[in-house]
Design a protein around this ligand. Sequence first.
Ligand SMILES: NC(=O)C1=CN([C@@H]2O[C@H](COP(=O)(O)OP(=O)(O)OC[C@H]3O[C@@H](n4cnc5c(N)ncnc54)[C@H](OP(=O)(O)O)[C@@H]3O)[C@@H](O)[C@H]2O)C=CC1
Ligand SMILES: N[C@@H](CC(=O)OP(=O)(O)O)C(=O)O
Length: 373
Amino acid sequence: MKIGFIGWRGMVGSVLLQRLHEEGDLERLAISLFSTSAPGTTVSIHGSAYDLLDAYDLAILSSFDLLISTQGSDYTKAVYQDLRDRGWAGFWVDASSELRLAPDVGLVLDPVNLEHLEEKIDAGIRTFSGTNCSVSLMLMALGGLYEADLVEWISSMTYQAASGAGAAQMRELMFQMKAIVDALPEDMNETDPSVLEIDRRVTQTLRSADLPVTSIGHPLAGSALPWIDSEMPETGQSKEEWKGGVETNKVLNRLERPVPVDGLCIRIGSMRCHAQAFTIKLKRDVAISKVEQLLAEHNPWVKIVPNNKDDTLRQLTPSAVAGTLSIPVGRIRKLSAGPEYLTAYTVGDQLLWGAAEPLRRMIGIIQARAFSS
Ligand SMILES: NC(=O)C1=CN([C@@H]2O[C@H](COP(=O)(O)OP(=O)(O)OC[C@H]3O[C@@H](n4cnc5c(N)ncnc54)[C@H](OP(=O)(O)O)[C@@H]3O)[C@@H](O)[C@H]2O)C=CC1
Ligand SMILES: N[C@@H](CC(=O)OP(=O)(O)O)C(=O)O
């Protein structure tokens, strides 16, 4: 199987490259790298030299059996249809949202929908997309409840990291934090200035025209932004909130009889971990011990965090989870609204399970299903 990778230099792409290297896939699969900006040059990555191929050369692209793109929607728009129009029948695996909702495109999240993905490959589907990061992370965390068909509806309130908006936003978040710190006296000690003076300076900095906001658009450090992505017509939802419902049901192959998923999506000053607080209406009263068992048994990455203060604050935070594949789920308890109302909270690295890891695993699934003799 001849594999080409476009977008390896970007944020999602470099995390994918790192994972391919860690798993030995990079060397074992002899992957070729493409570039939109510097074709013809040679780069050295993880000890191997790569001659970069031209990411806009349709003849070269169409000589590959599998193309994996983390280059973004604009690139997909620019080449994907032209490739298909010239008869290319290889596999296209894409991180962007460009093709996700097309009927003949599968959404990749194999710990949740492996059988469905295999059926699609067998049925001749050759285009697959990664799912929205909040959706992937929610399904990794709550897959056990969906699998047991216990979910009547879910409200998901998200706390999303800067990385979901892009590398420039992650950098700008740090510059905003620096501007805040720079506004405080250098010789500040435990008592001087007063906390009210500190607060005054912080607020003044956040409202200042000098605060760097070119990428994020607004102060995010020391603040929170309750709108992610564009506005959807009529419903009042942000596009990120809308994706929560549609993409969840597409991953679960339930577009005909969808489970309602809705809530507010909030950008916070976390670097690369999204957190989500769920209110779940169960179809029936299920004991907490059973809920925990279903969640824990669903996949090897989900981890139940006991609902106490110490475990929660040690294990269920972006600082504990960033850079790992772990999907901790905690704060699991029944709400006072009634025995069918459950709450839970999860944290996940949005560049790993939220973006790169499902794509990496899809390479192996395609190889096993379509290329093993
Ligand atoms: N499924 C999911 O959950 C998520 C998906 N995404 C999607 O993944 C796609 C890629 O996003 P992201 O990784 O943030 O894109 P980036 O902007 O980080 O990278 C995209 C491309 O930009 C080019 N580039 C230009 N300047 C630089 C630079 N200084 N450093 C690195 N690359 C540079 C590179 O192309 P070249 O080498 O050819 O010049 C690179 O491949 C998007 O469609 C995004 O929506 C993002 C987050 C989560
Ligand atoms: N929109 C997500 C990132 C993401 O997954 O985007 P997309 O659905 O376009 O892949 C965020 O900002 O956190």
